[in-house]
Each structure stands twice: as C-alpha cells, then as structure tokens.
Design a protein around this ligand. Structure first.
Ligand code: A2P
Length: 336
C-alpha cells in the first residue's frame, strides 16, 4: 500500500466511555467474517479500513481475526498510516469455553499475543454462558453449554483491568436481567454492553436500562449482518427502509448507519469490500427528516440474532425467550 496516499477523508465522530474517559469512534470496524476469509484477506481489509480513517476495531477470540488485526496494525505503523497502537481503540472478547474464573486471564494473554499488543481497550464477555473448556468452534455443541458463574468470571475480568491488560471491561449479548446480575456483584461495573442494534431491533428497553446504570450500549449488526450465519437480509430488504433510501438517494445501509448516529448509538459495522467500506462512511453531511425517523421508529421490532445456537429443549436455555429473559420483541415468533 502506498503510504503517501494516506487520506483520512472521512472524520468519524467519537464518543467517550465515561468510566475511563477513553475516546472511541462511533463507527467501529467489525472483523467477524462469515463465510470465513483467509488471514491475508482480513489483514488487507483492516489495512484498507485504517487508510480510510477507521481507528476503532472490534474482534473476538472466536472470530480468528485477532492475528490479522495485529499484523495489519504492525504494517500500518511501518507504512506510517498511524504512529502508534495508542491511536486505536481495540476490543476483543472472552470466548465461552474460557468463561471460567481461572481461564479468563490466560485467554486475554493469548489474545494479546495474537494482537501483538500489551493491552486492549475493551475486553468483553462474549455471551452469557459457558462451554466445555477447550472447544473453539461455532456453531457450538449445545450439549456442552452450561450456566456461567458470573461471580468468578466477572472477578477475573476485573483482575484483567487491574493488571492493565485492558483499559475497560464489559459484556456482550446481556439482557437487562443478566446485566443487573453483573451490576449487583461488580466491584468494577461493566463499561459496555455490546448487543444487536438496527432499525428492526432498536433495543429501546435495554438502552434505557443501560443509560440509567452508566453502561454504554454499543450496537452490532447495524445492517442485520446479511449473508452471515447469525444474521439475514431482513434489514437491507426492508420495504420502508428501501423507500426512505430511494427518496434520499442513499443506500439502505447508509440509512441504517445514519439512523444509529442520530439515535446517539455507536455501532460496529463490517465490510471487507472497499467500495462498501467507503459507502458506510459517507453518512456525515446529511440528515434524516423527523418523518423519516418516525417511520423507522415505528417499524415492528424483533430480534434478528436470536441466539438459537445456544437453545435446546433439554439444555441450560430451553427457549429463545428464556435465553433473553423475555426480551425478544412483540413480533418475534420462535421457530420451535
Ligand atoms: P461485505 O463484507 O461483503 O461488504 P453488519 O455490519 O450488520 O454485521 O453487516 C455485515 C454484512 O453486511 C456483511 O455481509 C457485509 O458484506 C454486508 N455489508 C456491509 N456494508 C454493506 C453495504 N453498504 N451494503 C450492503 N451490504 C453491506
């Protein structure tokens, strides 16, 4: 890559994690690819994203992209795209098979090795459950799921922060109830809950709960994660969103991202395609009208990412409703 053509052509607005004062771009770059891509493809996509101005990257132990992210950052520094790792906000996550008190710190150390870093900015519990230790695969084997011991896992997450291996800690895919369980036992409260967030699942209740408790909600699947195992095309194919996009001369993806910005919610968007990466950044110098916002706000609400892979008749979580403590949306119909 030619470092002389480095252009942060788009200024991505930032938000502040109140717990730590860290700044992070409102538009994070997601690295969960499905179908899986080679490490080289992931690395090139991340380098391209840095070149376009992205400074907030989201990965996870289970994504297999910690290593390419680390390599892309080393190369970005050597190319002069950034001066140091400190310019970036990096999130990684604890995989469920490491969700045991004594396995948390060893996983974070392995993640840091993969990332070639001394610290991450945010370390999240990926899902509120444990899996048989040693299993690193997705979809998971349902018989290997067990309830997580929140007390010992959260205490280990706190140790990770105390040791300076992560600046902040948080959770992902936690309902209001499960977040309350963590808050009740936390000495260091979670800074973030990263959850699905898009016009068809706007997390109204959880957002209010998070706000009232000083937890920052960050959204994943802002476009509905089309083409992946955990998402669908239902957001990008939504007729109301398509009508709004057509009338504005924008794409549905841009409408979704603009809407999230206007709702004040930071999101993680994934594209490894350079044209779509650019498109996803072109959302700053225009706005949605009040009427358009109302039409989006009135869309029927239901989860797209249901957590179905964690649910089974005789398992720890017997239904999708139980897994999310009832927070599935009025228009949700379990496939059971
Ligand atoms: P690709 O990487 O080929 O661009 P989400 O951010 O909600 O998780 O969605 C990610 C999915 O949406 C990926 O499959 C990604 O594919 C696709 N995608 C990302 N940006 C756009 C866009 N602007 N238009 C259409 N699809 C997009």
């Amino acid at each position: 890559m030619d470092s002389s053509c480095v252009a942060t052509s788009f200024r991505i607005p930032e938000q502040v994690l109140t717990s730590s004062g860290q700044r992070m771009q409102l538009l994070g770059f997601g690295t969960a690819a499905y179908p899986l891509v080679t490490p080289q493809v992931a690395k090139q996509a991340i380098l391209q994203a840095i070149k376009l101005g992205h400074r907030h990257f989201d990965t996870a132990y289970i994504y297999g992209t910690e290593q390419p992210l680390g390599e892309a950052i080393v190369e970005a520094i050597s190319l002069g795209l950034i001066i140091s790792r400190d310019e970036l906000f990096i999130t990684t996550k604890l995989w469920c098979s490491n969700a045991y008190g004594e396995l948390v710190l060893p996983q974070l150390r392995r993640s840091l090795q993969n990332l070639k870093m001394e610290y991450v900015d945010l370390f999240l519990i990926h899902w509120p459950l444990s899996l048989k230790p040693g299993r690193y695969e997705f979809p998971v084997r349902k018989v290997e799921i067990s309830p997580m011991d929140f007390g010992s896992v959260w205490a280990a997450m706190e140790d990770c922060q105390r040791l300076g291996l992560t600046k902040s800690i948080g959770v992902s895919n936690f309902s209001c109830k499960k977040l309350a369980d963590i808050l009740a036992l936390a000495k260091i409260p979670p800074a973030v809950n990263q959850v699905e967030f898009n016009p068809l699942w706007n997390q109204k209740k959880l957002r209010e709960y998070c706000k009232a408790n000083g937890v920052l909600l960050i959204g994943y699947s802002p476009l509905g994660a089309s083409g992946t195992l955990w998402g669908s095309s239902r957001v990008l194919e939504n007729e109301v969103l398509k009508e709004i996009a057509k009338a504005k001369g924008k794409t549905v993806a841009q409408i979704c991202l603009k809407w999230a910005f206007e709702e004040g919610v930071g999101v993680i968007v994934k594209s490894f395609n350079v044209e779509r990466m650019k498109q996803n950044l072109e959302i700053l110098d225009w706005s949605l009208s009040e009427e358009e916002r109302k039409r989006i706000g009135d869309l029927p609400q239901s989860r797209g990412c249901t957590g179905e892979s964690f649910v089974s008749e005789n398992g720890t979580f017997k239904t999708i409703e139980e897994f999310w403590d009832g927070e599935v949306g009025l228009h949700f119909h379990s496939k059971k």
